[in-house]
Design a protein around this ligand. Structure first.
Ligand code: KG4
Ligand code: ZN
Length: 346
């Protein structure tokens, strides 16, 4: 049995566990989605999320261990997301991880959720080398990192308001699409005309690497209000495609601006939004035009998962950087993250 690490992720609304070898091979990755719980509210309800984690965590961890075909005593360590995320949800994963690590007599490793997303860049077939730039675009974050090595990353740009995934989700809600909105909007936009409307490209012209998506959301709101007030019929698919195009164009432009500014040749785009089909298409075209080495995680590792947490845990384990038994959750980690600050992957 190759030496491996159990990863546990419960920062938001996915209960996930995975077993990854120290070489980075995923032996098992199990995920229990809570979409059925939160759909009726149109967003994640923190109290319900933590309760569902309590109900599912044992089954999910056992399932990952069974699929990997290993026993607890075969583990080298247990890695768990310590933040950022919902406090009540994080507590469930951290408590369970402590129990497993203590019982198996192996080290516990607290992992930064963003570091996990960064680590997902190497989970697929990827020959991305260092230094590189990683864009984390998800429901909670839109962060550009300069990554000099597997151990650290430095924030070089971030959203000033909504995250890209939030822009997708809120736009989808305004367009009357289902939950979760991002994937629904992606699907519908495939049959729409992205040039039918020109939505603003927020912060595109400005030289920096920061993002802002709240104005785009407002532009969509007023555009729909105008159409409805005038009784003009419209194609939801066309508007979805045009709205998506504005988000994609800004993400791609800033990511490539970052690699030019940092003079690197490698770019990874990770996080839930990196599952977006149009974003993947435009990134791939641009990377080949600019001779950039692009890494996109396989779809299952774009959205929250535990394989990325175990992968980040492997880095920490190699460096002997383990946590103590009083490891606490860090729900607000993001608020302390400022441009230029270098942080550890774990
Ligand atoms: O990484 P993730 O699972 O959770 C966070 O850490 O936030 O990202 C979830 C976000 C949601 O906003 C979801 O709508 C968005 O990623 N997302 C997508 C797609 N799949 C997931 N957005 C656009 N297109 C998609 N295909
Ligand atoms: Zn995430």
């Amino acid at each position: 049995m190759p030496p491996c690490i159990l990863g546990i992720e419960t920062s938001c609304d996915e209960t996930a566990a995975a077993v990854v070898t120290l070489e980075g091979q995923v032996l098992a990755s199990t995920l229990s989605s809570q979409d059925d719980v939160h759909r009726q509210y149109g967003g994640v309800v923190p109290e319900l999320a933590s309760r569902r984690h309590v109900e599912r965590i044992e089954f999910v961890v056992k399932d990952a261990m069974d699929h990997a075909g290993i026993r607890y005593r075969d583990l080298q360590a247990v890695a768990v997301t310590r933040g950022p995320g919902l406090a009540g949800s994080l507590v469930v994963g951290v408590s369970f991880a402590k129990a497993v690590a203590y019982a198996a007599n192996v080290p516990l490793i607290g992992v930064n959720h963003l570091g996990g997303h960064v680590a997902s860049a190497w989970l697929g077939v990827s020959d991305l080398s260092f230094p590189c730039v990683v864009l984390v675009a998800s429901g909670g974050h839109t962060h550009l990192f300069y990554v000099p090595s597997r151990e650290t990353f430095q924030l070089i740009g971030h959203t000033l308001d909504d995250a890209a995934g939030e822009a997708f989700d809120k736009g989808a809600k305004m367009l009357g699409l289902g939950y979760p909105g991002g994937p629904e909007l992606d699907r519908l936009a495939r049959s729409g005309n992205c040039t039918s409307v020109h939505f603003p490209r927020p912060y595109l012209k400005r030289g920096g690497l920061n993002f802002s998506f709240s104005g785009l959301k407002t532009a969509l709101l007023y555009y729909l209000k105008d159409l409805e007030a005038q009784g003009i019929p419209y194609s939801v698919a066309d508007i979805a495609a045009a709205y998506q195009e504005a988000i994609v164009e800004v993400l791609v432009a800033k990511a490539f601006r970052a690699i030019r500014q940092r003079n690197v040749k490698g770019l990874a785009v990770v996080g839930g939004v990196s599952a977006n089909s149009r974003l993947r298409e435009v990134l791939t075209l641009e990377a080949s035009a600019q001779d950039v080495n692009l890494a996109l995680p396989p779809l299952e590792y774009c959205t929250d998962n535990a394989a990325m947490i175990a992968a980040a845990g492997c880095q920490a384990f190699r460096l002997g950087d383990t946590s103590s038994w009083d490891l606490d959750v860090e729900p607000d980690f993001l608020t302390s993250l400022k441009n230029g600050v270098e942080v550890s992957t774990f």
